[in-house]
Design a protein around this ligand. Sequence first.
Ligand code: FAD
Length: 469
Amino acid sequence: TPIIMWFRRDLRLSDHPALTAACKTGRPVVALFIHDQIVETLGAAPKWRLEQSLGALQASLEKIGARLILRRGNALEVLKSVIAETGAGSVYWSRLYDPDAKERDTDVKSALKEQGIDARSFAGHVMFEPWTVETKTGGFYKVYTPMWKMVRDRDVPAPLSAPTKLASLSQDVASDALSDWGLGRAMHRGGAIVAQYARVGEDAARARLDSFIETRVQGYDTNRDLPWKDGTSGLSENLSLGEISPTTCWHAGQAALHQGKAGAETFLKELVWREFAYHLVHHTPQIVSQNWKPDWDAFPWNTDETAEKVRAWKQGRTGIQFVDAAMREMYVTGKMHNRGRMIVASYLTKHLQCHWKIGQKWFEECLTDWDPASNAMGWQWSSGSGPDATPYFRVFNPVTQLDKFDKNRDYVSAWIAEGRANPAKTALQYFDAIPQSWGLAPNARYPEPIVTAEAGRKAALGAYENRGF
Ligand code: FAD
């Protein structure tokens, strides 16, 4: 009987334990992707990026003689129909750890098992299953560094190779057309601008990893902090949809480490930050929706998403150059440098005292590398409400940070057009990307700060002290 391989955030063929297990049986494999409620509620940029990735997976599957079946609806109902149509006896998938996916998958597994279907989940999205990493006293990690020390020397099995042929079904199975789903429709300019910055699919992800290891991992430990420099791997958009496995990245990083490349260990550490995010989301699922430290429930966050200061932050016109450059970078490229993410998150939650969930949601709308675990952890880390977070009283100064990490203002000039005789192409692109209704123009005056670095810091610390923290 056939096996249904239910693809979700594992849109690749290599190092894919579930797919490898399905192929090993020699039974026909039905490759399936379901446009369900979880897909429906994705933000504009992640949805657009998913469409691109599904296109790439379709092409890779065709090369090995298979077809990706696309269906829309409730996941369990769709699976039941495909089982009825194909006579499949098994459904395989790669485990996910965020609360929405876990709830869906638990329901699907028990309902299918009740029907006598062999429903099985496999590893693949993370290197270390969250329940296999324990503190000495048997709990989960709430702090990153001890977790890093615990896993750094673990044996991570070598990546599995991609199947070269998939035994497919003799009968035709009905599929929607990807274009009919219109996943990119909500994306500004239909995704035409952000597409220039995306590298889609398994082959592109692999090429990106190889070129990073070849040429940039060497200086990664210092360059990764410079937002104007192409100093990081850029792999987050690929890891987010599983176009490449973390294990593949880990092994490449380990090989670089053994060749003595400075920067390789820092790269491995960053991969473990991603693991830490999944570890936390598994053990404390509320991290995606509530203050991880409940004391913070009493903090007087501004929760009004329509406030003018929130609009100014989203539109990159706070008058604080580092913040505005980073917000515009995200709108145009679908990504934001990690230093920028920390600065804009600190400014929103501390200088403007807005709830981190406002920022979390805007990132979810705009990031092509949106990841439920890393985004939630990043926001709670920045606001002070999360595990292993920066203390609230440590308020990033977005002006001195600029002097430190963008001394020559390369980042600022790449993204801010106003007040410049010859604005950079990227800075002008921002005005092509935004809706006309925002009413912004490159030749306008650059705004005065809505809240200065000093005033914001004082206000943040005042609010913090008043709460008696
Ligand atoms: P590299 O520097 O090349 O690092 C390699 C990989 O390690 C990354 O691709 C990523 O998978 C992982 N990694 C690196 N830094 C972190 C980190 N701080 N936390 C978790 N994993 C990390 N990352 C996302 O992938 N999706 C998000 O939605 C996301 N939201 C964030 C929100 C905030 C407020 C903050 C502060 C950080 C967020 N991050 C998020 C983490 C980080 O900024 C990005 O992973 C990184 O900038 C991606 O660039 P890169 O692939 O070139 O990373």
